[in-house]
Write a protein that binds this ligand. Structure first.
Ligand SMILES: Cc1cc2nc3c(=O)[nH]c(=O)nc-3n(C[C@H](O)[C@H](O)[C@H](O)COP(=O)(O)O)c2cc1C
Length: 241
């Protein structure tokens, strides 16, 4: 696998692939912010007031991922998606049930999704008006969980695998330089929407990854981001405490 094009629009992708003129220490300093020497910190640690930085490119990309709420034009081709999927298919999967699949929506597919969402929510529009929400990106990837009866793998574990695959794909797309946001809504799994996607009775729609380019405004915002890493104390405790 080496054919995936990295979109340099994404600062995270540029960092993760190692910008040619910037070594790991320089990246650490940049992450630490003006006047702060990130490279002075022990390897793999993060300042409380700066975005997490890791020398390891995979961890660094994960720590820097952000949802991009309004992506620009352009999207990965099916071929690019298939290459990225090779990094997603190893998702943890009890009994290897493969309880997920993805459906791409491009072009007029998105108009049909808008109509289905309107039908599901009972929205009436003036003639010529359309639901523009699915047009927020050139590519939507519907995330579908396929749930089967299994004596040892309850439905929630299969949903966990499907959600895990979707998040891994978010990360893979981000690492490849694309902006992504996972969106859903109250009508996500409503019958008209399910029918538009051709879902079988044992399938459940978990929302859509909206995928597109990252424009200059977001590139600047990302580069200046000072969102502090969440405190790990909130997420980790000792058994019995
Ligand atoms: C299953 C799922 C559905 C989501 N649906 C929406 C949505 O419809 N609208 C929205 O604003 N955020 C939605 N989010 C949250 C965003 O994808 C995103 O995680 C959130 O805005 C926080 O941004 P961050 O990923 O940069 O931390 C959803 C997340 C998940 C996991």
């Amino acid at each position: 696998m080496g054919g995936v094009t990295v979109n340099p629009a994404n600062p995270a992708a540029a960092g993760a692939h190692g910008a040619p003129s910037e070594d790991a220490a320089a990246r650490a300093d940049r992450a630490a912010g003006p006047g702060l020497k990130g490279s002075d910190r022990p390897r793999g640690t993060a300042r409380a007031s700066a975005p997490a930085h890791f020398d390891d490119p995979v961890l660094d990309s994960m720590a820097r991922r952000r949802s991009i709420s309004s992506v620009g034009p352009g999207a990965p081709s099916d071929e690019e998606l298939k290459e990225l999927l090779a990094a997603v298919t190893p998702v943890a999967d009890h009994k290897a049930l493969r309880p997920w699949r993805l459906i791409t929506l491009r072009g007029d597919d998105r108009l049909r999704l808008g109509e289905a969402l309107d039908e599901a929510s009972g929205t009436q529009r003036e003639p010529g008006e359309i639901n523009r929400k699915p047009l927020r990106s050139d590519l939507l990837i519907a995330v579908v969980a396929k749930l089967t009866e299994h004596p040892k793998v309850p439905a929630w574990e299969q949903l966990a695998t499907a959600a895990g695959a979707a998040h891994l794909l978010e990360l893979a797309l981000w690492q490849a330089g694309w902006g992504v946001m996972w969106r859903s809504g109250l009508a996500t799994d409503a019958e008209p929407v399910r029918a538009a996607h051709g879902l079988a009775a044992d399938e459940q729609l978990l929302g859509w990854l909206y995928v597109g380019s990252v424009d200059d405004y977001f590139k600047k915002k990302l580069a200046q981001s000072s969102r502090p890493p969440l405190d790990p104390e909130q997420f980790l405790s000792r058994f019995g405490e």
